[in-house]
Design a protein around this ligand. Sequence first.
Ligand code: HEM
Length: 549
Amino acid sequence: MITSSVRSVVRNKALRASGPGDGWMKGEADGTVDRWMTGGTGQRDGRREGCSGRVRSFNEIPHTGRNGWINLLHFWRNGTFSHLHKHMELNFNTLGPIYRQYLGSQCSVNILFPVDIAELFHSEGPNPRRMTLQPWDTHRETRKHSKGVFLKNGIEWRSDRLLLNREVMLSSAVRRFLPLLNEVAQDFSRVLQRKVHAEGKREKDAHILTFDPSPELFRFALEASCHVLYGERIGLFSSEPSQESERFIWAVEQMLNTTSPLLYVPRSLLRFHRPLWTQHVTAWDHIFSHAEERIQHVYERLQARGGSVEGPAESSQFPGVLRLLMERGELPLELIRANITELMAGGVDTTAVPLQFALFELARNPDVQERVRAQVQSSWLRAEGNPQKALQGAPLLKGTVKETLRLYPVGITVQRYPVRDIVLQNYHIPAGTLVQVCLYPLGRSQDVFQDPLIFDPSRWAVAEAGEGRGRNVTKETGSGAGFRSLAFGFGARQCVGRRIAENEMQLVLLHILKNFRLSVSSKEELSTKYTLILQPESPPMITFSTLTH
Ligand code: HEM
């Protein structure tokens, strides 16, 4: 465990570093401010100094071994990549709240305390950069495909990103696509009902079925993304869903699985790393050709209508992100294609997998489940079918998603290269150093969360209402206190699919909780593995019991 002296250094530092108020910071970290999305940099004036006393040098930061190639060899030999999240947690427990990790040719500084995270994000600059996913980048260059926002940097990234924000991040856009997500979520719940009635056993008034819902959740996530991106349903809930879509889901999984072992292989050696590299490229090629087919379809329909979508862009019917981008004509078709393909690839596993974890946690915490359901039911009644009102009236649903991502962050790190020298934990970090915020150990740290292993969606409601600091909330105070919920990243470079993902997940949970009671046979922890995203080692079996209304 981290020693008490380290804790007190951290807390004192946090107190000294108090910023202009928690509310300001919380808004930033939660990304609730449209300001980020329209081009404001959010940079704060006046930088703070490091701790008093001598600032220690970069070379004094504890590390896990300086030879990156030997470390990489150990990683491969011991299968560490698939347990990278646990490996990081162990390193923090043994080395303290900051350490250096050398892997292959790469060195990163790993951190987990909110006060350090705040400092890092305040020095990310106007065009923040993440670690490049070399295998993805090399695929694009080999195939001569344009890059979307995920892989771009600098002002090129910024100009594409601002155009995308307008269609998927601004509150006005969210209001328009929410009914589409609600429609898919409602249909999905009907599919589950049909399945449980047809295959389940009957007990009193209820039908009961135990199964692994993950294949259905993957179909749901793809159907929901396509509805928002293309403005049309692709029929994945029909009795015979298209094999093409099933192959797309498979290809995304294959692409993710093959990314992490290739991540630290130098670019020049990637092509020699067969058969992994071949599998990776084939998976990407499939993702591109699937997206291309859909884009072509929408393009042809648009041409047939003389270049305009049915009705003006401001009409209440959301025509889909692709058609809006095409109609506006501000982004060249090549870049629309690159970005839509990235949104497709980024939009399936990232939501389907946390939904497995959310169902599991609700199922093994029946009291929590009842509290969330009670709120959902009364909010749904009051909202009279308006999904936005229904979500606003059920903050515990939002808490459920946040709590799920705290314990099971899809991406286990968020990375940045600070644009100026900074001081973290009293160590000097030169500008341009790769710094990783380690979300898995952060979410499970006793120094940051009270009773971290308890699944409690209400801890976020308390934090948002600004009450009870020190109760269910972080023990920290000061500038870092808002930097605890970072599963979608931060600021201008945060996840561009965030609003789609949050609403999609909340709506599907809403309809499931309205119609089913969930349970599991064992309350044991789920084992997890890392394959670029964090997943259950094997998908949990959930018992669905129908509720009578
Ligand atoms: C629970 C679901 C999701 C989580 C936890 C998640 C998480 C993340 C994170 C941590 C980042 C990096 C942010 C940063 O560096 O600050 C990111 C970026 C990104 N995500 Fe997501 N994501 C999710 C869902 C989605 C969805 C549904 C889509 C597409 C519809 C998507 C598309 C993207 C793209 C394109 C980027 C790159 C943005 C940029 O660099 O400008 N994500 N996501």
